[in-house]
Design a protein around this ligand. Sequence first.
Ligand code: HEC
Length: 244
Amino acid sequence: MMRKILYLCIFAGTLIGLTACDDGRLYEDESPIAVEGRTVNLLAHLSGIASWPGPEYYVELAGFGDDSEYALISKAIPAPSTEGGEVSIQLAGIKDNVKRVELCVLNRLRKRVLSFYTIEEADLKASSTINVDAGTLNVGMYHTMQERVFNTTCVNCHGAATSAAAGLYLTEGRSYEALVGVPSVKMEGLHIVEPGKADESVLYQALATDVSIAENWRYNHTAEVVNEDILALIRTWINSGAKE
Ligand code: HEC
């Protein structure tokens, strides 16, 4: 904010010979001044935005530099008035150090956890204003876990074939009912997912720590989860109520 004000002061100063700008109306008067950098206008039909619990996570339009997962610039995407409704969002002031702009989920450190849509560098550099339609996307927290975790790594053993390990089906459409509030067959007295209590949920315990020796499991499940961010996401999902 201060930088923007300073910039406006210098601009106005050189332009019309002013040396000070203590009158707050300068913003209105000078509104035609172009914001430095590129602008992305993104249109999308989105569902599931409200399922991400702030301040842990936000769905944002964010710019990233080379080799960094931390956003250099970002803007939170508002939930549409109806699920699946149209959202239009503008990200302005995108500087040259931004190499990609993504519709993504950022955590509270502004690190990208998951990405749904990417505008690559070539498209970003093509013009100063980029208009894109990201189409229809379900960015819901549970839906994303299903697609990015269960479908890719778990269903091989949990339900894609005719049987499911431990009787647990993690396939689309079945996983939620099979997980939430369901008594564990492997750890007596616990639920697979206990809403609000990740540490008491078998799903989280088995992915976060190697329970295979203590609980006499065949598989050490910690190898199944791809990274710490996804593990944190599963933890937050359970602790924020394990909603579908
Ligand atoms: C290589 C096969 C395999 C894969 C892949 C696999 N599992 Fe399992 N899973 C098992 C087996 C077998 C058991 C029963 C415990 C044991 O013997 O290891 C089990 C048990 C479980 C249980 C305990 C169920 C209960 O009732 O207590 C949960 C929860 C679970 N798996 C979740 C997952 C998740 C989530 C993934 C993906 C991230 C996954 N599993 C990937 C084989 C697998």
